[in-house]
Structures are given as C-alpha cells and as structure tokens.
Design a protein around this ligand. Structure first.
Ligand code: DOR
Ligand code: ZN
Length: 391
C-alpha cells in the first residue's frame, strides 16, 4: 500500500452489528454485497486518513441556496472549482470576484474553504477577458456549455471553432484550462448518445486543433469518454467523475416510479458504461479526479412536470466514492483520485490537512430546509457506510 494512504483496521468496535452495504434501490456493484453484511462477524472496521479532498466541479448557486449548501462542501473539501452558470452567468472576471466574495461570506466561521472561480464562455467572450481572469489570481478555468445543453446554458457557446477560436488560443497562452460540458444539443441525437457524438464532432477535433489547450471533460458518463481520455496526452486532457455516475445506472431513474432526484445531465447511462468508468477511475490513472457536480435545486423544481436536472450530492459524495473504491478493492487508490490528481492537473499545491473516513453507518437526512424551501440530497433517508470527519 502506498505510504500516502493511511488505512487502519479497527477491530471490535461497539455499535457496529450491521452495516447496510447496499440499499435495495441501488444496483449491486457485486452480487455478494446486496444483502446487509454483519460487520462483527468479520470483526473488522476500517478507518482511512486521507489528504483533504477538493471538489473540481461544484455548483454553489447564490442567495439563500448558497447559504444553505456551502457548509456541506466546506466541511470536508479544501477547495472547489465553482461553476459559473448563475442567472445571469459569470461571464467576467469582475463578476467572478464578486461571486467569490459572496461565497466567502456564506462560509461557517474559521473555515478555510477556498472557492476557485470559473468564467462562463460565450460566443462573445474576448481574449482580453482571459488575460484579466489569469491576472486576477482567483479565476482558474473557463467553462464551455454548449448553448441549451443544461441548466442556465442558454448563453453558452454556439460556435466553438469560429467565434470562440481566438479566446481558446489565448487560453493556451495563459495556460487556462477549458472545462467542457460534453454533450451535443441537436434534438435529433438520442439523449444517451449526446456525449459520444460531442466527443466525435467537437472535442476530438478541438484537442487536435489546439493540442496545448488544457481540457477537463467534466462529469464523464460513458466508456466512449474513457476511451477518449485514455487516447489523449496525460496532463493535457483529464476528466472529472461524479459519485452518481460511478454508483448508479439509468435503471435508477425509473426504479419504482420516476425518480427526479436521480436526474442529472449528462443523464445516467447503462450499466456497461458505469462499469467502464469504475474500472478507469479505480485503476490508479492520474487522468481522473473528483468532481461531484453537486447541483442543488429546490424540491419543487425537481418534483414537478418539467423537473430540473441536477443531483444534490455534496453531503454524501465522499461516502459514495469511498464505497465505490472499496468494492473495487482499490481503497489504496482513493486518495490520489480525491486529493492528488486534481491539484496536480491544475498545477496547484496539494492540501496539507487531512480528513478521516470511518467505515461506520450513518443516515442521510430526508431533506435540508432553508429559507426558500427544501433540498433533497442523493440517497435521502438511506443509510450509507463511510462517514467523513475532520479528525
Ligand atoms: O445535472 C446538471 N445540473 N447538469 C449540469 O450540467 C448543470 C447542473 C445544474 O446547474 O443544475
Ligand atoms: Zn455541473
């Protein structure tokens, strides 16, 4: 086991008679783990100490929703790449600086969480804005949303190779990473094929045209994306992976009725894709890192006739990632994924503080109430197995 990952086996702890390894409405990663496992019969419980993770893809929103959600991310993550798809979107460095201030104000006292800001790319973003962003010291990437692909993407890009080329060339000069929502928006393309078609028609040609552009393909969902990422130069093109895309397949959208809280974009895919992603992420490759894509929407905006895409996973993400690595027999690779590969790719220092993940059952709240309503987290009301804490 590498020296960086400290795993302790604790034996005979009280109160650990049963850990629900997997809930009935989750898909088994291994058939054997489908049933509750009496942990005491094994007599072993694990405790993992890892370098504090960062979240390289996070939606923090604004206003009272920001106030409600930021403590969940800030309690265990050191930094987060903050998505710019607000209304109106964060298209300028000045707006990013102001947004950062409002995030810092919403933090719990004495919390060192560091929001790393991004700009929202439009057809009209200027190369000058990229220079300003780099000089600001607070903007770390530019996000490409194909216009109409997802929440608040209506001001996104319609012409990557035409109107955006000059700005992308400036990003190469400034070593400013491009973060990509990798889905085409053509209504004639099947929803489940949108990522693959994006890779074929936009992303692969883009990487070929600008081989020195640093690119993060965000929230990958398919074996096509895994193959693409593996085909690119390491350190040049990387991918974030969410807990839901590692843990669930598209059956979970329909299990026992329509499940709006499992709906996100890109939408969950079939089981073979999930397995390819688990293999890639748990292989120890440096090309993949943690990005939750935690995307809260008020309950009524999810449970309605035209529900919003977005899964609120900030409170459960670390538990789920740990479970995926555990079931793949790759807990020794977890820390690189959660805490090393991201900062290494962005050229930032790794965090120095640690967190602890204990293999101990905990119950996810049914919802979180805030000034304007409620947010329902992923796996609301269910028992998860790995509990993060600061010591
Ligand atoms: O499910 C999603 N929700 N996917 C995205 O790309 C955006 C996000 C949001 O902002 O709600
Ligand atoms: Zn996102």
């Amino acid at each position: 086991m590498p020296a960086y990952c400290s795993i302790q086996f604790l034996t005979g702890l009280p109160g650990s008679s049963f850990i629900l390894s997997r809930q009935p409405n989750l898909l088994p990663l291994r058939a054997a783990s489908w049933k509750p496992i009496p942990l005491t019969s094994k007599g072993v419980k694990m405790e993992l100490t890892v370098t504090r993770p960062d979240d390289w893809h996070l939606h923090l929103r604004d206003g009272d929703l920001l106030q409600a959600v930021v403590p969940h991310s800030a309690s265990h993550f050191g930094r987060a790449i903050v998505m710019p798809n607000l209304k109106p979107p964060i298209t300028t460095t000045a707006a990013a600086v102001a947004y950062r201030e409002s995030i810092l104000k919403a933090l719990p006292p004495n919390n060192g969480f560091d929001p790393l800001m991004t700009l929202y790319l439009t057809d009209n973003t200027s190369p000058e804005e990229v220079k300003l962003a780099r000089r600001s010291g607070v903007v770390f990437a530019v996000k490409l949303y194909p216009a109409g692909a997802t929440t608040n993407s209506q001001d996104g890009v319609t012409d990557v190779f035409g109107k955006c080329l000059a700005v992308l060339e400036e990003m190469v000069e400034q070593s400013m990473p491009l973060l990509v929502h990798g889905e085409v928006t053509d209504p004639n393309v099947d929803t489940f094929d949108r990522e693959r078609v994006f890779i074929e028609t936009i992303l692969a040609p883009l990487v070929q045209k600008l081989p020195r552009l640093k690119v993060v393909m965000e929230h990958i969902t398919t074996m096509d994306a895994v193959r693409f990422i593996e085909s690119c130069s390491e350190g040049q093109v990387a991918a974030t992976v969410t807990p839901q895309h590692l843990f669930l397949n598209r059956n979970s959208l329909f299990q026992g009725g329509l499940q709006p809280h499992n709906y996100c974009l890109p939408v969950l895919k079939r089981e073979t894709h999930r397995q390819a992603m688990v293999s890639a992420v748990t292989s120890g490759s440096r090309r993949y890192f943690l990005g939750t894509d935690s995307a809260p929407h008020e309950r009524r905006r999810k449970e309605c006739p035209c529900g919003c895409a977005g899964i609120y996973n900030a409170p459960v993400a670390l538990s789920l990632y740990a479970k995926v690595f555990e079931e793949a027999g790759a807990l020794d690779k977890l820390e690189a994924f959660t805490s090393f590969n991201g900062p290494d790719f962005y050229g930032l220092p790794r965090n120095t503080s640690k967190i602890v993940l204990r293999q101990s059952a905990w119950r996810v709240p049914e919802s979180y109430t805030y000034a304007s309503g409620e947010i329902v987290p992923l796996f609301a009301g269910q028992t998860l197995e790995w509990l993060p804490s600061n010591s």
